[in-house]
Ligand binder design. Sequence first.
Ligand code: DGL
Length: 291
Amino acid sequence: MSARLETPTSAKSTAVLASRGARLLVFDSGIGGLSVLAEINRQLPSAEVTYVADDAAFPYGAWDGAALTAHIDRLMADLIATVSPDVVVIACNTASTLVLPTLRARHSLPFVGTVPAIKPAAKVTKSGLISVLATPGTVERDYTHALIDRFAADVEVTLVGSPRLAEIAERHLRGTPVGGAEIAAEIAPCFVETGARRTDAVVLGCTHYPFLLPHFRRLALWPVTWIDPAPAIARRVAAVLPASGVPSKLCDGPGGDAALVSGKVIFTSGHAPPPALARLLERFGLAPAAL
Ligand code: DGL
């Protein structure tokens, strides 16, 4: 049985926390989690963010579950010790659907996960046909199947495990042109026709995919509602902050394109980002840092 690591909750530490913005650790296998960070930035502009891209281990979608759990468990212990976050945001479906119980059992601070938005898709569909576009790991998870049983029992769900889209999104964000044909081939299985009914909602079950949304819309076989869970995740982060004794400054209105007040980004590979990605990170207010 592994040890559970307590975080300080004394009146003194609460007073210290109150004098600064919430300290968030936002974690993904790569830079897809920036789609979640964009919403956090909009809703919590005073947050101090450390964004960690575990690019040394990318892509998570192809990992064996037990090996990935052990890897993230180890890495997260180091990151929490280094960053001392108030909240950890696992901005990765492939990780969240696997390791959240392990992380929550080991650490006492709040973890906000990212899991496929099956409940909103089931609510929004009129045809009763929805698809979940995610990594091969996420579509296999018991967690994903439990979400379907719980929230989408009366709709038909097509699970599409894409082996390539996360990597295509990484290339796109690093400034390398991506081809329409390779994206079209990955999303085509989402479009299902049964008699007069057609898929009308597709869950973006990987945080990399919102960056490819303009391509998805252009290449869709017919118009559908694409569901991105990022706004709901940012609201959840804001909701758990008071429990940590940290004042949150929740913005209701637009205006979230401003850079973060302070933030840093860590790539576990230690590699410097290429120029296009460096510019994107700068727009997020994230300065490179070492682990
Ligand atoms: N961004 C990750 C997710 O939300 C996965 C990408 C990968 O395969 O590493 O699932």
